[in-house]
Design a protein around this ligand. Structure first.
Ligand code: T3D
Length: 266
């Protein structure tokens, strides 16, 4: 039985998925894509899961696309050229859309280098917690590509056009502490503290009204395309829905009774 390419662990209501191709710095093959998507689907439908953590095995988070995979290796003389767009449409686009539509908060626990699609995979998560020794690399320019996995959409929104272009055009290593200063990363912590910090944040989120947290992500993403007036209407609509849900009633009842709330909506 070959090793699983994505390891699954559960601690309370927190599901951790670990990319597991450490010899190739957890770079993506088609098989790892398929396995990750299947495990994200499972986590999305399992009501026992209230927060998801993504991390990597060994010394990397993820080095992006596996450049040795025949699916993307440049065509040799006489071969038809590869259409990388097909790979993006088939694998990377559904992965990003799956991740951003998760019904629970998602944390990237960046344990090692995050390069190319691996960096942008992390940035697509709701919170990025990074070990101090790691770096983020928009490696695409070095091999003649543009930032993908949502990089062109995310980077200017996260750090502004100038910094986004600086990162993407130069492809230099960005240290975790600088990524935190720029707002690419929620928290940069000492390496030894990463697992415990991640778990503490994840457990805290898991105990919160996660349906409202997922709606917060969705509403913020949607508001990027809206006028203020339309965003206000959107907020009214979502609040209208959430205001009738169990978690709101429970939250207010718990507040009034001065007891801890028991949230359960997903
Ligand atoms: O192609 C398409 O479908 C379009 C989609 C593109 C999405 C993308 O992600 S494009 C960007 C792809 N990623 C990269 O360009 C990053 C390549 N890797 C690196 O630049 C470096 O490995 C790192 C900076 C990430 C780490 O450097 P370092 O010195 O710590 O490690 P290393 O020695 O370079 O790598 C260790 C091993 O991992 C090595 O294998 P070996 O020699 O021990 O057998 C290396 O070949 C392998 N490895 C690292 N990255 C990849 C990889 N193997 C395949 N693909 C990789 N991306």
């Amino acid at each position: 039985m070959p090793d699983s390419l994505v390891l699954v662990a559960q601690q309370g209501a927190v599901r951790t998925l670990t990319l597991n191709r450490p010899a190739a710095l957890n770079s993506f093959t088609a098989a790892m894509h398929e396995e990750l998507r299947a495990k994200l689907d499972e986590a999305a439908t399992d009501r026992e899961v209230r927060c998801l953590v993504l991390t990597g095995a060994g010394r990397a988070f993820c080095a992006g696309q596996d450049l040795a995979d025949p699916m993307v290796a440049p065509a040799r003389e006489g071969e038809a050229p590869k259409d990388l767009g097909v790979v993006i449409e088939r694998l990377y686009k559904p992965l990003v859309l799956r991740l951003r539509a998760m019904p629970v908060p998602v944390i990237a626990s960046v344990n090692g280098v995050a390069a190319g699609a691996g960096a942008n995979l992390a940035l697509n998560c709701d919170l990025v917690i990074a070990a101090r020794s790691v770096s983020f690399i928009q490696a695409f320019a070095k091999i003649g590509l543009v930032p993908d996995t949502g990089g062109t959409w995310l980077l200017p929104r996260l750090v502004g056009r100038q910094r986004a272009l600086g990162l993407a055009l130069l492809g230099d290593k960005l240290a975790a502490a600088d990524a935190e200063r720029m707002g690419l990363v929620w928290q940069c912590v000492d390496d030894a503290a990463l697992p415990d910090t991640t778990q503490a944040v994840a457990q805290k989120l898991a105990a919160m009204p996660v349906a409202a947290l997922a709606e917060t992500r969705r509403a913020m993403d949607r508001a990027q395309h809206l006028t203020l007036e339309d965003a206000l209407s959107e907020e009214a609509q979502v609040q209208g829905r959430l205001g009738q849900a169990h978690d709101y009633l429970e939250g207010v009842a718990a507040f009034s009774a001065r007891r801890a709330p028991q949230f359960s909506d997903r």
